[in-house]
Design a protein. Sequence first.
Length: 299
Amino acid sequence: MPPGPGFRALTMESPTPPVFPRIVIIGLGLVGGSIAFGARKAWPSTHVTAIDRESVLRAGLDRRAIDAGTDDLAAVGDADLVVLAAPVRQNLSLLQRVAAHASSSAVITDVGGTKRRIVDAAAALPAPVTFVGGHPLGGGARGGFEFATAGLFARRPWIFTPHDAAGREAVPRLSEFVAGLGAQATTMTASDHDRLMALISHLPQLATTVLMDVVGKGATAAGLRMAGQGLIDTTRLASSPADVWRDICATNTDEIRKALDVLIEQLSEMRTELDRAEIVDAVFTDAAGWRAELMKGRD
C-alpha cells in the first residue's frame, strides 16, 4: 500500500565519526579522566586506552571512562592521539619514550600547566614527531580520577602551543577534538603561555596558598571558626594538590618570580601607606575595575 499524504520517511543519522578513533591517555587523573569521559560522550565509537596504576585503571573501567588499561607504553603504537596527562615533569620524562613507540601518523599532546620545557624537549627529539603542547584551562580544587567529569572543559579555553609545521597542521584536528569536549581552542607561543599563566594562574595559586597558611597559623583552628564567607571564597585554591604545583613552580620559575616580585612590591607599598586614604582608595578602585573586567560574560 503506497504511503498516504503527509508521510515522511524516517532516516537514522549516522553519528559523527570521531576526530581521533583511537586515543591513549597517559595519566588518568582529573584532567585525563575528564578527557576520557568527554571523548566517549562526544564520539561513542572512540576507543580509549589509559596508562596508569592498576587501581586507577580499575576505577576507569568500572566507571566506563575507558575501554582498556595497561602500564605498557607500547600501547601507544596504534593510537591516533596520545595525551600526556601526568604531572609536568613526568610528562617531560615520558615524551621521548612515547615518541619512540608512537606511529608516525599519531598526534601527541600534553595538558601541563607550563609549556616551554616540553616544547623544547619535543623540538629536540631525534625523529620527526607531531607534538603540540596543550593546556586546558579547566580544573578543580581537588585532583584525582574520582573528580573527573565529561563537563570539566565546558566553555573553557584550551591553549595549544605549536612550535613547528607539523604541529601547526595538527592544530585544526586538535581544535575540533577539544570543541567536542566543550572547550574553546586558541593558540599562542609557549613563551607567551608561560608568562600569561604566571599572572592569571600560578600567582593566584601561590598567593592564596601562602595567605591561607599565614591566616591559619595566626588565627589557629579556634579563630578560623569565626571566619566568614569572604575567607572561604578567597582561599578555595588553597586545597589544590601540592604535587601538581611543585612541577609548575620548577618549570616556570623565572616568570613566577617576576609575578611574585610585582605582588610583593605592591603589598609592601600598601603596608607603608595604610594610613593614606588616597592610596587605599586607588588600589580598591583599580582592583574593582579589573574584577569587573574578569567577570564580563561569566555571570
